[in-house]
Design a protein. Structure first.
Length: 255
């Protein structure tokens, strides 16, 4: 199995010409060259797909769809893979700051003070259009449409999970949402993910008899709040996540 890990693309309308001529052209050539030596099976993108919440695009432009047409579609053609083998997670740049309500934000910040409170909140809002989810809603709409025909998978407002058979091996991919609490004003020490995402993913992979499990996340584990940082690390190890790929730092992060 061969996996390509990309992250922090920061797709922007203002830099579209530069993106095509330099970044994407060079990346595509490298991937074509690597693919000719050994077939690439999966491409992962661990967040910050769009730059600054899509503010460089016009208000009614579907910037994730543009990214799909400008980046994902040509990549799939060159590598001869289907779109369901491109696996994505959101990052802090994928949120829409305009959808954040300051009064509500202050309330939820004072409420989510324990692992139990965080997990209860995620259980209650995994499929609803809740105020706290609106900042990431455009990404989630795109995700649901992008993977609508994919079998052996499920998508929530938080984690999304997929089972792939690669070289005869059942591989589980957990796409964690670490951006659902992000905002420009959120203190760094208050970044939350929710351990329920890991528990739900593990249950799904056990039911599907996965032989190898990979986690995808935007933020490295050490950046999460002290409330849950150690528990996240413990769960990823004890529940046998074989690899965890992260982004955000603009450097390689693998666990």
């Amino acid at each position: 199995m061969r996996i390509i890990h990309l992250s922090d693309i920061h797709f922007s309308k203002n830099k579209l010409s530069e993106f095509r001529q330099f970044y994407f052209k060079a990346l595509k050539n490298d991937l074509i060259n690597n693919n000719s030596k050994k077939k690439i099976d999966i491409v992962t993108i661990t967040g910050d797909i769009i730059d600054k919440g899509g503010t460089s695009f016009d208000k009614n432009e579907k910037y994730y769809k543009i990214f799909e047409e400008q980046f994902i579609d040509p990549l799939c053609r060159e590598l001869e893979i289907t779109k369901d083998n491109i696996l994505l997670v959101p990052g802090n740049h994928d949120i829409n700051e305009e959808e954040i309500d300051e009064v509500y934000e202050n309330g939820i910040l004072s409420t989510l003070k324990s692992i139990e409170k965080i997990n209860d909140f995620q259980n209650e809002n995994k499929d609803t259009v809740h105020q706290s989810i609106k900042r990431i809603y455009k990404y989630k709409l795109f995700e649901k449409e992008f993977y609508k025909d994919v079998k052996d998978s499920y998508i929530t407002n938080f984690e999304s999970c997929f089972v792939k058979i690669v070289d005869g091996v059942k591989v589980g991919f957990a796409c964690f949402n670490s951006a659902w609490r992000c905002s420009k004003t959120l203190p760094k020490e208050n970044l939350l993910m929710g351990t329920k995402q890991i528990l739900n993913a593990n249950e799904f992979f056990e039911k599907n008899d996965c032989q190898f499990v990979i986690g995808l996340i935007h933020h490295p584990v050490e950046l999460f709040s002290e409330i849950e940082k150690q528990e996240i690390s413990n769960l990823l190890q004890t529940l046998n996540f074989d690899i965890v790929l992260a982004g955000h730092t603009h450097s390689t992060a693998t666990y």
